[in-house]
Design a binder for this molecule. Structure first.
Ligand SMILES: [Zn+2]
Length: 116
């Protein structure tokens, strides 16, 4: 069981470490690629580095997000692909419920609320 304080602290530490790791990797790889293989190396870095970072952010969001169906109250997770491609607002996504198969604007529930 988590207390909310411990959970929030662990999340922030986790997020901070990941951001530092990604930023450092991107900065070093950009410098090396741009220096050695200009300009094709820079373009490759842009596609792989920025695309990869985007992929990890979307995957992380998909893993930590839970949606509640407005029709049947079923709570479900979605794949990284669905997370990336489905239309969304800051706190809801247009998704099909895996239980009742109705496609609606499903509200996102904060995952930390589930553990407390
Ligand atoms: Zn449903």
């Amino acid at each position: 069981m988590y207390s909310q304080t411990e959970d929030t602290k662990a999340n922030w530490t986790n997020v901070t470490v990941r951001i530092l790791l990604v930023t450092t990797t991107l900065a070093i790889s950009a410098y090396l690629m741009a220096l050695i293989f200009w300009p094709i190396g820079f373009i490759a870095w842009l596609i792989i580095g920025v695309g990869g970072m985007l992929f990890f952010i979307v995957r992380q969001h998909a893993r930590n997000s839970v949606y509640r169906c407005v029709e049947c109250s079923n709570e479900f997770n979605i794949s990284a692909l669905a997370d990336f491609f489905s239309p969304h607002t800051p706190n809801s996504k247009y998704l099909k419920c895996p239980k009742c198969y109705k496609q609606r604007w499903q509200p996102e529930i904060n995952d930390t609320q589930q553990k407390v």
